[in-house]
Design a protein around this ligand. Sequence first.
Ligand SMILES: [Zn+2]
Length: 183
Amino acid sequence: MIITNPKRVRRLQAARRSPYLPMLTFDIQTLCKKIAKAHFPDLRLPVFVSFVEDETLACVVKETDRADIFIHVLMNDPSTPRQVFHHVLTHELIHLIVPYETINGKEVSHTPTFWLHETRLVPERSVSWTWIWRSFGRCLRRDYKNERMCVTKKWKSYANSTRPSWGACKRVQPSDTGGACTL
Ligand SMILES: [Zn+2]
């Protein structure tokens, strides 16, 4: 989700100044740049990625001269598949180009246009969600009202639990993923 609440923005900007060191086997900054270059040519802002301890699994903040994608530190692990990061980063980048719309009197960020983009750019998102639910399901809470995925306070108990492989999640039927989810 894209964060516009000034208090939340300030908190994330503060977290950005002391982010967690990435523990991945690849450079997530390079991956983000690659996705942005390939699929978001009109995005003129540099986009930075930080792992932080936050109330959501992932979010993005847009400023006049930069954008920041914040990913919960729960995902900062070498066993998190690159495909899951591809999904999360692409989702947040779409937020930077697809504006909010008022639908039935309510401001909606995950609009039909948004989902069209995500379906096209992340064909394996249901596999990604299977991986996310199997890995962190016990400390995630869907916040339907605010269209976001919250990480509960007990996340530390699950930070070191075993995570499935991408291949194992690929073998799961899409109906097992728990339906459409939002980041
Ligand atoms: Zn979102």
